[in-house]
Design a protein around this ligand. Structure first.
Ligand SMILES: [Zn+2]
Length: 275
């Protein structure tokens, strides 16, 4: 499942591929992918739309269209965009097809069918799932003070709080574990009990792991023209604690532990993150 840094790279690839193109026709083949609309309404709302930009809020991909329209997409588990010519065969699980004015097709494939799209008629009236997101983690809106206040108001564990996109945006299971390790904080610690100094450390760690992953991801192979669909090349990322249960901690040599917390695997170093 792509996390924020991967989505950022998909956004950049899409921007290069489709901005300036016009959608000649849009076909919603699987109703469930865009539950808020009917198949004919989906086509009607997008016909002849000019693609003016591609951006991102959290893991939502925002395809900006003229007349203030917006197409939002969340990839969830297996959603992916592919750019094909008119002659290419449609890959399996092609649930939405956008015919572009340069004879290419932008295709949304999704094997598991959890990916979701929504056509927003007026981008100044964003849907609740986007309005409720916390500030963008690498923007100036995500301040140290905001982070500190958010922790102080929560009795949840830090791990659970960091995964709540309406409180702290951008961390999935991998980056939450990595940020907590970098800050030397125990994932099960209650958020409200973290000291000011350690909360500052965690704040910097959150931004650092995301920025580092975006920078490292510049080597990701995102080939939108790859009809086989697996457009994110296997990255050779090195995780410090994630999926390293039983291996020695890179900092102190103690064995990395895995516990199931809030239904998810949580990896941490019992020594560096003892409290
Ligand atoms: Zn350690």
């Amino acid at each position: 499942m792509p996390e924020l840094p991967e989505v950022e790279h998909i956004v950049r690839a899409l921007r290069a591929a489709i901005v300036g193109r016009r959608i000649v026709a849009a076909e919603l083949k699987l109703k469930r992918t865009a539950p808020g609309t009917s198949k004919p309404a989906f086509s009607r709302m997008l016909r002849n739309a000019l693609i003016t930009g591609v951006s991102r809020r959290g893991k939502y991909i925002l395809i900006e269209l003229d007349a203030n329209r917006l197409l939002t997409t969340h990839l969830r588990m297996t959603g992916k965009f592919i750019c094909l010519t008119q002659d290419d065969d449609l890959p399996p699980y092609a649930h939405v097809v956008f015919h572009l004015d340069d004879d290419r097709r932008l295709v949304f494939c999704d094997m598991r069918q959890f990916g979701r799209m929504r056509v927003v008629a007026n981008r100044h009236r964003l849907p609740p799932e986007i309005l409720s997101l916390a500030p963008e983690p690498l923007s100036a809106d995500f301040t140290e003070q905001y982070f500190r206040e958010t922790l102080r108001k929560s009795r949840r564990s830090l791990k659970q709080l960091l995964l709540d996109q309406t409180r702290v945006l951008g961390l999935g299971n991998i980056y939450a574990a990595e940020a907590l390790f970098l800050a030397g904080v125990n994932p099960m610690k209650s958020a409200e009990r973290l000291s000011k100094a350690r909360s500052e450390k965690l704040y910097r760690a959150v931004r650092d792991v995301l920025q580092e992953a975006i920078d490292a991801g510049s080597t990701l192979r995102i080939d939108l023209a790859d009809g086989n669909g697996d457009y994110i090349g296997t990255s050779e990322r090195f995780w410090r604690v994630y999926e390293r249960e039983g291996e020695p901690c890179v900092r102190c040599g103690a064995k990395i532990r895995r516990v199931v917390h809030g239904g998810r695997s949580t990896y941490y170093c019992p020594k560096c993150q003892h409290n």
